[in-house]
Design a protein around this ligand. Structure first.
Ligand SMILES: Nc1ncnc2c1ncn2[C@@H]1O[C@H](COP(=O)(O)OP(=O)(O)OP(=O)(O)O)[C@@H](O)[C@H]1O
Length: 326
C-alpha cells in the first residue's frame, strides 16, 4: 500500500539477475502506480529486456522480489500471467492467419468467454484502427500494422498491466507517432498501467515517469519534466570564426568549460538568456550564431551517466564486435 491507500501496479525490491559472471540487473527497486505510463530508458544492454522478462515471469530472478498487480512474480506466476499483456520485440503473430483469427486464438488461450469474445475483438481492433483489415492475413500487413495488431492482442484479455519491450523499434517516425497516439488513448479508455522500455529519448517524453537504467542499475527516476529541471542548466551552442579562441576566452573570462560538439562550441550555463548578451559584449571573438536550448532528456542522460545514450550504444556495439572477433 502507498500513501493514497492503493497498492501499486508494480512493486520491485532489490531485483537482480545474474548471467554467469555478468550482473545484468543489479538489485533495482521502484514502484509503478496504477494507471501510470512508466518508461525504462537506457542504451542497448542496460538490462531493460531482462527486467521486463523477470516482471513478466519469463526470466527467473537471481535475487530480490517483485509484485505485479499484487502477485509475486516467482510464487504466483499464473496469477501474474493472467493479469498482464505482452508486446515484445520479436513478433509472434501467425502470418498465415487473419488479424481476427490471431486475436481469437489468443482469446481462447486466455479462456475469454465466447459471448464476450466477438465484442472485445471488435473493440481492440477499433482501438488500433485495424477494424477494416480484420479479415486480411497478417502476412499482407506492414511492420507498423503488425505492431498495432500485437498491441490489440496484448489488450484482448483486459490485462491490468501492459508490458511493451521497445514497442516502436524498427518503425518509421510516422508509424512510431501513431503507436504513441494509440498508447495515449489507452490511458483514457482502459483501466490499465503501461510499462515500456525504450532507448528513444523523444519517446520517454510521453511517459508519466521514467527510470534511466544504465549497466543494470537505475541511475535516476522521476517525471521527464522534473528530470530536465534537475539538470538546472541550459545548453548554449555558438558558431564562431575561431573556436579555439572562443573556448579559451570562455574559460578565462567566464570560468565556463566548453567543447566542440556537432560542429559548434557548446557549453552549459544556469540561465542561457541572461548569459548571451554578456557573451556578445565580452567574448572578444566574432560570433556568427547562437542557439540556446532548455535541457532535454539527452542532457539528463548525459548529466547522470556522463555519456550520451548514442555514445553508450556505440560503446556496447564496439564491445559486441570485439567479443565476436574473439
Ligand atoms: N540469456 C542471457 N544469457 C547471457 N547474458 C544475457 C542474456 N540475456 C541478456 N544478457 C546480457 O545481459 C545484459 C542486459 O541485457 P538486456 O537484453 O536486458 O539489455 P537491454 O537494455 O534490454 O538491451 P536491448 O535493448 O539491446 O535488448 C547484456 O549484457 C546482455 O548481453
Amino acid at each position: 500500500m502507498n500513501a493514497t491507500g492503493e497498492s501499486p501496479a508494480i512493486a520491485v525490491e532489490g531485483l537482480a539477475k545474474r548471467y554467469g559472471d555478468l550482473m545484468a540487473v543489479k538489485g533495482i527497486g521502484f514502484e509503478v502506480r496504477r494507471g501510470e505510463v512508466f518508461g525504462f530508458l537506457g542504451p542497448n544492454g542496460a538490462g531493460k529486456t531482462t527486467t521486463i522478462g523477470m516482471l513478466c515471469t519469463l526470466v527467473r530472478p537471481s535475487g530480490g522480489a517483485a509484485y505485479v498487480a499484487g502477485h509475486d512474480i516467482v510464487g504466483e506466476r499464473d496469477e501474474v500471467r493472467r493479469n498482464i499483456g505482452l508486446v515484445f520485440q520479436d513478433p509472434t503473430l501467425d502470418a498465415y492467419l487473419t488479424a481476427e483469427q490471431n486475436l481469437r486464438f489468443h482469446g481462447e488461450l486466455y479462456g475469454l468467454p465466447r459471448e464476450a469474445m466477438n465484442e472485445r475483438i471488435a473493440q481492440v481492433l477499433r482501438m488500433v484502427d485495424l477494424a477494416d483489415r480484420k479479415d486480411d492475413k497478417v502476412e499482407t500487413f506492414s511492420g507498423g500494422m503488425k505492431r498495432r495488431l500485437e498491441i490489440a492482442r496484448g489488450l484482448l484479455h483486459s490485462p491490468r498491466v501492459l508490458f511493451l519491450d521497445e514497442p516502436t523499434v524498427g518503425l518509421d517516425p510516422q508509424t512510431r507517432a501513431a503507436i504513441w497516439s494509440y498508447l495515449s488513448r489507452l490511458r483514457d479508455t482502459e483501466d490499465i498501467t503501461i510499462f515500456l522500455t525504450t532507448h528513444y529519448m523523444e519517446e520517454a517524453e510521453y511517459c508519466d515517469r521514467i527510470a534511466i537504467i544504465d549497466h543494470g542499475e537505475i541511475v535516476v527516476l522521476d517525471t521527464p519534466g522534473a528530470l530536465k529541471a534537475s539538470v538546472g542548466k541550459d545548453r548554449v551552442q555558438i558558431a564562431t570564426g575561431d573556436d579555439e579562441a572562443a573556448i579559451t576566452a570562455l574559460r578565462d573570462r567566464f570560468g565556463v568549460e566548453a567543447g566542440v560538439h556537432e560542429g559548434a562550441v557548446t557549453f552549459a550555463v544556469p540561465s542561457g538568456e541572461e548569459f548571451v548578451p554578456r557573451l556578445f559584449a565580452e567574448l572578444g571573438v566574432p560570433i556568427r550564431s547562437v542557439h540556446v536550448a532548455r535541457p532535454s532528456l539527452d542532457d539528463v542522460f548525459m548529466n547522470y551517466t556522463g555519456t550520451t545514450i548514442r555514445d553508450a550504444e556505440a560503446g556496447s556495439a564496439d564491445m559486441a564486435r570485439r567479443m565476436m572477433r574473439r
